[in-house]
Design a protein around this ligand. Structure first.
Ligand SMILES: Cc1cc2nc3c(=O)[nH]c(=O)nc-3n(C[C@H](O)[C@H](O)[C@H](O)COP(=O)(O)O)c2cc1C
Length: 498
């Protein structure tokens, strides 16, 4: 589809409500150049870089040349809001993989270097670092910790989850984090925020999304004690972290990236999977699990549907805590990737899309629009725009103008074409060969122990030794009948495309 008229017609036929302009606007006419201000916050435009980790740090959590290159490209994007750079673990034990960055005394120099590289690149693109807001995403990976070996999960769980525990093979006596272990993690966040402030970051994101620890607390209905049960208890982790940050890092901004809604975990449909080839995603059975007590932003009676009642309560809490910056995402890449990052081609551990990915984009956009209307004093960053491909600039500017979001967050497209919106603002045509086509190699690679990056479209990765390894892995999977995602040099089969 080459023009926005046809794309809009396509949306209409799908019954999908996504605002879309006919032409991208350049310069001062574009809503994307408008600054964004709130008390104590000044952001020079409406472009945000989402946190995008690369599974490419050293074993002790320091950045490598690849990490520097990625942050340089974040800066090159011209975005005035850098949402966290990437997930940085507050402790070794809390890492999602042995190559995740860690914030600790021995990594501070490296993290400072990343920030400096980003600022230098940003200055080159935009000519100034005025109204550039840079945050650091602080995380503990909870249930999805793998700090020591890529092939060894070391889950730190908040409560027993009937579906995820079974999938992960956790025994009946597998222990949950104790309250005092949680208190210690809260202190790790305080220390981390103190360091982030010393390094000159403007804010920290206390990550509450994608199934990681902060997010898991929000659904700890069944956990006894001070960190589970009531809404007050389930948000104690956040509240205690924020109280300590205010004390130990005064003046540092605090933000939250939130999975605003979720669904029961999905899996490939066994009836439509054959010869090891996964079928479309279907929800796990909820039999015996109603009312559903293991999700946040999920309907208790119909856990494939969202219910954002508690999400709104959570935002009211953020406002009370003087947290005005919110990044809305959804679900988890581990158990419902189509909700979190709509894609045409699944990663190697995924399933075929159970819906048109545009529905996934629209779902996230609509929730931001609803929340923004209720909380106009806050700043909202929307996610899941990469699947819009050619029409990302058309939708981004319409979304900002029509009040669907305050800033447009760019994730996967940042790996293939960081300047996508900046070029639109400069009136430059889009180089089609750099547009993210959601091949999911950026997820498939790390699932096989390789660094993330855009292997199909970014020549730096395309020509790397790891590209050959990835190709072999995918060929092996193909031979076994597992859906290997397509690439420009390997077009999707009809079956995959559908
Ligand atoms: C390779 C990769 C790395 C990611 N790393 C992070 C991360 O460190 N922290 C985070 O909150 N989200 C992370 N995400 C999620 C993205 O920020 C974003 O929400 C998602 O890709 C959907 O946005 P998009 O459609 O623009 O890609 C990652 C996604 C991918 C594909």
């Amino acid at each position: 589809m080459h023009d926005a008229k046809r794309f809009r017609e396509h949306l209409r036929l799908l019954g999908v409500d996504i605002p879309c302009d006919e032409e991208p606007l350049a310069g001062v006419d574009s809503p994307l150049v408008q600054p964004l201000t709130r008390p104590g916050i000044a952001i020079g435009n409406r472009i945000a870089v989402q946190p995008m980790e690369g599974w490419d740090g050293t074993p002790d959590g320091q950045p490598t040349d690849r990490t520097f290159r990625r942050w340089h490209r974040f800066g090159q994007s011209g975005a005035k809001l850098i949402w966290g750079g990437e997930a940085v673990a507050v402790s070794h034990a809390g890492r999602a993989n042995p190559n995740q960055l860690v914030i600790a005394p021995h990594t501070l120099k490296g993290l400072a270097g990343l920030r400096a590289a980003l600022i230098a690149a940003h200055r080159e693109t935009t000519g100034s670092e005025e109204k550039l807001l840079i945050g650091l995403q602080l995380t503990h990976s909870g249930r999805f910790c793998r700090p020591n070996r890529k092939d060894k999960a070391e889950p730190r769980i908040v409560y027993r989850h009937p579906i995820l525990d079974r999938r992960m093979g956790l025994s009946a006596d597998f222990s949950v984090l104790t309250d005092s272990e949680i208190d210690a993690i809260v202190e790790d966040f305080h220390r981390a925020a103190h360091h982030a402030r010393e390094l000159g970051f403007d804010f920290v994101d206390v990550k509450h999304c994608h199934g990681y620890l902060g997010h898991e607390f929000l659904s700890a209905h069944e956990r006894p004690g001070t960190y589970g049960g009531s809404f007050e208890n389930r948000t104690r982790f956040l509240q205690d972290i924020v109280a300590g940050i205010r004390r130990d890092a005064p003046g540092l901004g605090v933000a939250v990236r939130l999975s605003a809604f979720d669904s029961i975990p999905f899996r490939p449909d066994p009836l439509l999977s054959h010869a090891g080839k996964p079928g479309p995603g279907i929800p796990e059975s909820a039999e015996g699990l109603i009312p559903y007590r293991w999700g946040f932003g999920v309907s208790a009676n119909q856990p494939t549907e969202m219910d954002i009642g508690e999400t709104e309560r959570f935002l009211a809490l953020l406002r009370k805590l003087d947290i005005l910056l919110v990044n809305v995402t959804a679900g988890s890449p581990y158990y419902n990737p189509h909700i979190q990052r709509p894609a045409l081609y699944p990663p190697s551990d995924g399933y075929l899309p159970p819906e048109d990915p545009l529905l996934g984009v629209a779902r996230q956009m609509r929730v931001v629009e609803q929340l923004r209307r209720k909380f106009p004093e806050m700043i909202f960053v929307g996610s899941a725009y990469s699947y819009l491909q050619e029409f990302l600039p058309h939708v981004a500017q319409a979304a900002v103008r029509e009040g669907w979001t305050d800033a447009v967050g760019l994730g996967r497209v940042m790996l293939s074409y960081p300047e996508v919106l900046w070029d639109a603002l400069e009136g430059k045509p889009m180089p089609r060969k750099h547009i993210c086509r959601t091949f999911s190699d950026c997820t498939t690679a790390p699932r096989h122990g390789l660094p993330s990056g855009c292997y199909p479209l970014d020549s730096y990765y395309k020509n790397s030794p790891e590209a050959a390894t990835l190709k072999t892995v995918k060929e092996k999977q193909s031979a076994m009948g597992v859906v290997a995602n397509a690439g420009p040099d390997r077009p999707a089969t009809r079956e995959v495309a559908e």
